[in-house]
Design a protein. Structure first.
Ligand SMILES: [Zn+2]
Length: 564
């Protein structure tokens, strides 16, 4: 009996657990803004007292990477200025990595500092009060085996197709502290940085900034030294280790350096010809490449790509489109290499102009995606750019706001890319003056470059430059879930069309072009009903929805307000 019953029972249990897991996997993930934050996201997200009490001046990261042991060790010398008297500062290093010692010089001798750890956060205590206005420095020694986590595995120890070591970092979202001790937040950047990475011969390392030197350490390792001459987001700091081959070119004072696996050299020489027109396009709109002292690099990696400042990483298979796909599905994407254009656009928006908090990451991604459209416009013309921008509509969810809760180390949902770009596209139509629009975005870039800013500052700048208050428009697109809906109702007897915006923002008012596409009329709808003459048919009344990202609803007679 037992023998016959048991298999049946087991079978049922297996069956039900399979069903349960199938249900679990088919259930959609809750939107990121609705998920309860983890302690790590709170600790890393909040710009609290022990971060706000100091201002980063410089990092000198000096590490050794052992590919066979998948190990990293070394130190980061952190120089900072105190903004308030205090005895403690906050840095981050993932909990799995070992802190060897943290020291500060005391009368010229390294003094061991006390510290405590809470998840990935490290609080460092000083034996005496650090004084506001004074500059200090500490050495943070660490070692261990970094976690391969996140979208691109953070610090990933991989092999190239020829069997050689291929080690790359990409840790936006996961945080810089996944592989090096740092003030792992977005608000405060050091004014510059030195990156020194020792790797086994004959591997080479390519990092951000200007190559300074390589030193044979005599123990089978060579130390590669790069210097970053500008502020840099900590998540942008990158190492790229492989048997790379190098080629390059120059554009005036700007050096363009390319590092690829030997097998891909010829393909790269062909594909990377797109770098020069890309730089020309963005320089036309926004002025000089922002990191000339460091140069521009494109470095082959095993993942799709990342905007590492002055060391953009590339894994787009040396082909046009995005991983060989027509990314926006309207026949434009296959005309250019998505990764070269998108990731390099971040040099202007993301790296030069940066959000001060992860919650406002649309400043990075919405602008970079819009810059793709500007690139298309510059190289292929306005009609392609219009098609390309509207191709992004199919990728938008409109399920949660673009700007998410502040104080959390967590990425907003992907509407920040596509809806962010279409919002800027819409804003251009709102301005409805090409000269004014291009001046506005150029001035905005100049105003915010090399700074970390919040959306409120950008909105205030735009309002001031345009001399009108567009705050409700920004708020509807960035802080609300739903698109504004242009509601229309036709009164054939009176030959009128009534219109208004349905929006969450009570003061939402946005001009829009309607009527006959051959001679658009710009109307000024608000959330109150207004009317305009329309003698032609309901069907011939059009709304310029390729210029404004909005929804349109035609209401029946019951939706129309009573005539006065
Ligand atoms: Zn991006």
């Amino acid at each position: 009996m037992r023998l016959t019953i048991l298999p049946v029972l087991t079978c049922c249990l297996v069956g039900s657990s399979l069903q349960a897991s199938a249900q679990q996997t088919s259930k959609p993930e809750p939107p990121t803004t609705l998920r309860a934050p983890s302690r790590a996201e709170l600790l890393r997200g909040e710009y609290g007292r022990y971060r706000a009490n100091n201002d980063l001046l410089h990092y000198d990261l000096d590490v050794r990477i052992d590919p066979d042991k998948k190990w990293i060790g070394g130190k980061n010398t952190v120089r900072f200025k105190m903004l308030k008297d205090d005895t403690r500062i906050q840095l981050e290093l993932y909990a799995n990595l070992h802190i060897d010692r943290i020291t500060a010089p005391l009368k010229g001798v390294p003094y061991d500092l006390q510290y405590s750890r809470d998840v990935n956060t490290v609080y460092i205590d000083f034996p005496e009060t650090l004084r506001s206005g004074r500059t200090y420095s500490i050495e943070f020694h660490y070692s261990g085996h970094p976690l391969e986590v996140g979208r691109f595995d953070a610090l990933a120890f991989k092999k190239d197709p020829a069997g050689g070591h291929w080690i790359n970092t990409a840790n936006e979202g996961v945080g810089s502290s996944v592989w090096w001790p740092s003030k792992d937040q977005w608000r405060d950047e050091p004014d510059g940085m030195d990156i020194r990475v020792a790797v086994p011969n004959p591997l080479i390392n390519v990092s951000n900034g200007r190559f300074m030197s390589k030193t044979d350490l005599g123990d089978g390792y060579t130390k590669w030294h790069y210097r970053v001459h500008y502020p840099i987001n900590s998540y942008n700091v990158s190492v790229n280790i492989a048997n790379y081959v190098h080629f390059g070119e120059t554009m005036g004072d700007l050096t363009l350096d390319y590092y690829v696996l030997p097998a891909n050299l010829e393909k790269a020489k062909k594909q990377f010809a797109q770098v020069r027109p890309m730089i020309e396009a963005f320089e036309k709109y926004f002025g000089e490449y922002p990191f000339t002292k460091d140069g521009f690099k494109l470095i082959e990696v095993p993942y799709s790509g990342m905007e590492h400042q002055s060391a953009v990483t590339y894994g787009n298979r040396f082909a046009n489109g995005y991983l060989e796909r027509d990314w926006t599905g309207v026949g434009v994407s296959l005309k250019f290499d998505f990764i070269i254009i998108h990731e390099s656009a971040h040099e202007w928006f993301g790296n030069a102009v940066s959000a001060a908090e992860q919650s406002d990451m649309w400043i990075q991604e919405g602008f970079a995606t819009y810059l793709e459209c500007l690139y298309v416009e510059h190289v292929f013309g306005y009609d392609d750019a219009l098609k390309y921008a509207n191709g992004y509509k199919s990728k938008i969810g409109n399920k949660e706001p673009i700007i998410v809760q502040r104080g959390l180390a967590r990425d907003p949902n992907q509407d920040m890319y596509f809806k962010g770009a279409l919002f800027l596209h819409t804003l251009r139509s709102v301005v409805n003056d090409e000269k004014k629009w291009f001046k506005l975005i150029r001035d905005l870039y100049d105003q915010f470059k090399y700074k970390n800013s919040m959306t409120e500052e950008i909105v205030a700048f735009v309002n001031k430059e345009l001399g009108q208050d567009l705050t409700p428009v920004f708020d509807q697109y960035l802080r609300r879930t739903a698109l504004p809906v242009l509601e229309l109702t036709f009164n054939d007897a009176e030959k009128l069309v009534w219109y208004r915006w349905r929006a969450d923002e009570r003061d939402f008012a946005m001009p829009i072009r309607v009527g006959d596409p051959a001679k658009w009329q710009t109307i000024q709808p608000s959330v109150d009903w207004k009317s305009m003459p329309w003698a032609a048919s309901k069907e011939s009344f059009k709304v310029a929805t390729d210029l404004y990202y909005v929804n349109v609803a035609v209401l029946d007679a019951a939706g129309r307000p009573l005539p006065k």
